[in-house]
Write a protein that binds this ligand. Structure first.
Ligand SMILES: Cc1ncc(COP(=O)(O)O)c(C=O)c1O
Length: 405
């Protein structure tokens, strides 16, 4: 097939991190096994054991096309969960929520939804679909470095400076990869900037339930607190969430987006042309998951134990930081690629060099100017014994290569 048939921007998105790790480690010999893959943030703790049965029970719904906007039952369950979890007052109406096949597709479709021309601002490092949302839809991507000095979040002074040209600002909280959480003050300022400058603020809250001590505040709660009579409290704001992490059910492919009713309607209209809908049994099972918190407590405890182990094993070493939330360690090291090679060669561990999670290396910036190049990402998803073994093997490498903040 001639390359001329394919939009060249697709090639310019850059390789996904995992093939890049494979290429980096090709030809490097690890010690005898077991080898432990710490690259992919795929949840491995089980979803609730009743999920399969429930899905089968909902099989009777397979005979009808799912509706774009979702079933009334799903929208009730999702808005109900958001209202309970984020103490939303005024409550979010079911019509202000819609389902998607995981969060990923919506994070891309936001680029199609946003007004144009305009800038699409996002953090770097970031979850790669944010980048695709800008580059494949004709928006102009602007990458704001999530550096430690700014709490691993994009600097809002920069967002304000670019304000009038911005069409979409996508931010992640809790963040992947750093596990930082945007507090109420940060979110309130971001909401204020969206309204002052007239752009869409989308907050990717997929990790909102995987926290250590304090439940993240969330952008919808921020909006509810700022609400003024007669105005849509959620104006210009969307929260994107998912059952992949909360319920450890990434194979179910159910996410949901909530907030400004006009934006939710715009997404539903767009998705009538540009997306598959969520299968009826999956949507019904997702509603069951949203009505249950017992399994979420269990899943959160599972991650807590892993991060407690990391605190105990790596806590005193340079470069270590205990993340507030999420499923990753983000360790500061002298050289991310050299550390990844050493992890594989001396300890049989596969980790992601931080620079593979940002776009800069693909778009002309010198690699030393890439902020994430000073970090490696470690996925904390294995069982406790495997995780302990991995952390113990990692400790001497961090002792040597870790850089204190
Ligand atoms: C930051 C972030 N957002 C969104 C997603 C998408 O999750 P899903 O499409 O499974 O809902 C992921 C998945 O890894 C992620 O890390």
């Amino acid at each position: 097939m001639s390359d001329a048939l394919v939009n060249p921007e697709i090639g310019l998105l850059g390789a996904h991190p995992f093939p890049r790790v494979a290429a980096l480690l090709e030809g490097v010999e690890p010690p005898p096994g077991p080898h432990i893959d710490l690259t992919i943030g795929e949840p491995r703790v089980a979803p609730p054991d009743w999920l399969g049965t429930r899905l089968a029970e909902h099989g009777s719904t397979l005979g009808s096309y799912p509706r774009n906007e979702g079933t009334a039952a799903f929208r009730e369950a999702a808005s109900g969960w958001l209202n309970r979890r984020f103490l939303l007052d005024p409550p979010l109406a079911p019509e202000a929520v819609m389902p998607s096949s995981g969060a990923r597709e919506v994070l891309f479709q936001l680029g199609l939804l946003a007004a144009r021309p305009g800038l699409a601002i996002m953090p770097t490092p970031h979850y790669a679909p944010y980048r695709a949302a800008a580059r494949l839809t004709g928006l102009e991507a602007v990458y704001l470095p999530s550096v430690e000095e700014h709490g691993f979040l994009p600097n809002l002074d920069e967002v304000d400076r670019l304000g009038p040209e911005v069409a979409l600002f996508t931010v992640c909280s809790p963040t992947n990869p750093e596990g930082a959480v945007a507090d109420r003050e940060y979110l309130a300022r971001a909401v204020g900037l969206a309204r002052r400058h007239g752009f869409i603020l989308a907050v990717d809250e997929c990790y909102s339930e995987i926290y250590r001590t304090e439940a993240p505040f969330g952008v919808l709660r921020t909006c509810a607190e700022l609400a003024r009579p007669g105005e849509d409290p959620y104006a210009q704001v969307l929260a994107v969430n998912s059952l992949s992490k909360r319920s450890s059910a990434p194979g179910l492919r159910v996410g949901f987006t909530a907030g400004d009713r006009r934006l939710v309607k715009g997404l539903i209209d767009l998705r009538a042309y540009a997306a598959g809908t969520v299968g009826c049994p999956n949507m019904a099972a997702a509603a069951d998951l949203l009505d249950d918190e017992t399994h979420v407590d269990r899943i959160r405890d599972f991650y807590r134990e892993l991060f407690d182990a990391a605190d105990a094993i790596l806590g005193d070493l340079p470069g270590y930081r205990s993340p507030e939330a999420g499923m990753f360690l983000w360790l500061r090291v002298d050289d991310d690629e050299a550390t990844a090679v050493e992890c594989w060669e001396t300890a049989g561990l596969r980790v992601v060099p931080g620079r593979y999670l940002g776009p800069e290396a693909h778009h002309g910036a010198p690699e030393e100017a890439v902020p994430a190049a000073g970090y490696v990402r470690i996925a904390m998803v294995h069982d406790l014994d495997t995780t302990r073994l991995a952390l113990e093997r990692l400790a001497p490498i961090l002792m040597k290569r870790g850089v204190a903040a």
